[in-house]
Design a protein around this ligand. Structure first.
Ligand SMILES: [Zn+2]
Length: 485
């Protein structure tokens, strides 16, 4: 009898305090997603997505077959900068991208025709994305509302001529007013049908990493012993505020496999600080500028374990098929786990969080993804070189890819925010291009080369060789400068 009493009290206390604590911690996760993920990671995603959408929109409008008429896109207003909002919805998670519910892409189109002066059209595309993450399956949806409005500022006779060219004589002979309406209708529906599906596909392609999201706040997080280890940088805890802090987190490693995570993180840290081997034909360490700043960089690892690699809610990483690059890419799995790890990373002062997946639990050749303060990648033999390339994408460098995937495609999007790619041949790196004397021998090629940002034409990179193009090479001067800032 006496033995039972002390057990009742903790149980009773748990009923009083455990439930509110759970609710409170879920609220903390929403706060993290709204404040950290939405503010730090999302803006890095949207500039790329916006440019891909604008590229598709312009390419489609200009290739629309309108008989003797040619459409030229002039003024482009694209705003995808809206911040998403995450909120609870019947124990699940819903995210609205952006919080206002709408993105807007707007272009003015000039129609070139031999007979009619200055007919123009205005195309507006509204994109509303709602993401619902449940425990079993994520629902990814968006609605696109496309409006095409012709501004018929010319005379009706001119419009009649325009409709004659578009529709042929019979329609024009009927009446000028119906012809005006028919011409507008034909023009509008031509463009609409052309861009409708493609815009929707383009958006889904570019936001593919959100398609696998689930939200399971109950899935446990298990730590190995020791739970956390410092791999490089000053040991005094106060110094962490004065350093750049990189936290590498294990994802999908069972206790038996954790040694592979340890090995990968050791190799990644070594690569970050590596000095070039003597006799190498490289003219500078492939790890610059990180090696020079090694006393100001702290690398820590978080040793997490999972009971089984297939336990999806205990994973931050999943994968999806990316039609853009025709390859498998990493995406987000349990975003509640990401939020909980993110809260801990914040407490540790982490500037960049690297989620390192067990390569045996994901498709072979799955590709890394980095945005804002987050890197999603897998361990294994390529991890060291991938790590440095992906760090270039993060807040440390905000760099774009310099490699080419669509060899024959001319880039038609807006000027990217990244300093290492540009529609102009030299404007962003003119300082280095005009001062070759200030460059190391390796960088003497910094003068603008066609092909970057995955497009073969219409966009430039500073140098022929760079880590943002080829992981085995050093960063180019422009990228080193960006990371140094
Ligand atoms: Zn570069």
């Amino acid at each position: 009898m006496n033995n039972r009493r002390p057990r009742i009290l903790p149980l009773f206390l748990c009923f009083l305090f455990c439930l509110p604590t759970q609710a409170q911690s879920t609220q903390k996760q929403y706060d993290y997603l709204n404040q950290e993920f939405a503010q730090k990671a999302w803006p890095a995603v949207t500039d790329l997505v916006k440019n891909m959408m604008v590229h598709t929109l312009i390419s489609q409008v200009e290739s629309t077959d309108m008989g003797p008429l040619n459409a030229k896109v002039s003024n482009i207003q694209a705003d995808l900068s809206g911040i998403p909002k995450f909120f609870p919805n019947q124990n699940d998670l819903t995210a609205l991208f952006p919080a206002t519910g709408k993105f807007k892409l707007k272009v003015d189109v000039v129609i070139e025709t031999p007979l009619v002066t200055d007919p123009t059209a205005e195309i507006e595309v509204d994109l509303a994305i709602v993401l619902k993450a449940g425990e079993k399956e994520a629902i990814f949806d968006h609605i696109a509302d496309i409006r095409v409005d012709i501004h018929a500022t010319q005379t009706w006779m001119e419009i009649a001529a325009l409709s004659f060219l578009t529709l042929g004589g019979s329609a024009t002979l009927a009446l000028v007013v119906p012809a005006l309406i028919i011409a507008e209708y034909v023009f509008e529906s031509e463009i609409k049908s052309k861009i409708d599906e493609d815009i929707e596909k383009e958006l889904k392609k570019n936001l593919g990493m959100l398609q696998t999201i689930l939200f399971d706040p109950k899935a446990p997080i298990t730590y190995a012993t020791p739970d956390r280890e410092l791999l490089s940088g000053p040991t005094h805890p106060d110094l962490s505020k004065n350093t750049v802090n990189i936290l590498i987190v294990a994802d999908g490693y069972t206790p038996a496999m954790l040694s592979k995570f340890i090995k990968s993180t050791d190799d990644m840290t070594a690569a970050l600080l590596e000095e070039n081997p003597k006799g190498s034909d490289l003219l500078q360490p492939v790890s610059e500028p990180f090696r020079s700043f090694r006393k100001a960089i702290r690398v820590e690892r978080l040793n997490l374990e999972v009971p089984k690699v297939t336990e999806t809610s205990q994973r931050i990483l999943a994968s999806f098929y990316d039609k853009n690059s025709n390859s498998q890419k990493l995406s987000i799995n349990n975003i509640s786990r990401l939020a909980r790890i993110g809260i801990q990373a914040n407490e540790l002062g982490a500037d960049v969080i690297v989620i390192l997946g067990n390569p045996h639990s994901l498709p072979a050749t799955v590709r890394a993804n980095a945005f804002g303060n987050l890197v999603l990648m897998v361990g294994g033999k390529d991890a060291p070189s991938t790590f440095l390339h992906e760090l270039g994408h993060t807040v440390l460098g905000r760099l774009a890819d310099e490699y080419v995937e669509k060899t024959d495609t001319v880039y038609r999007g807006q000027e990217p925010i990244n300093v290492n790619v540009s529609k102009s041949k030299t404007s962003k790196w003119n300082f280095w291009a005009t001062r070759p004397g200030k460059l190391l021998p390796w960088d003497k090629v910094t003068s603008g080369h066609v092909g970057a940002y995955t497009f073969g034409k219409g966009i430039h990179r500073p140098s022929s060789r760079c880590k943002m193009r080829d992981k085995s090479k050093p960063f180019c001067a422009v990228c080193r400068e960006a990371i140094t800032r």
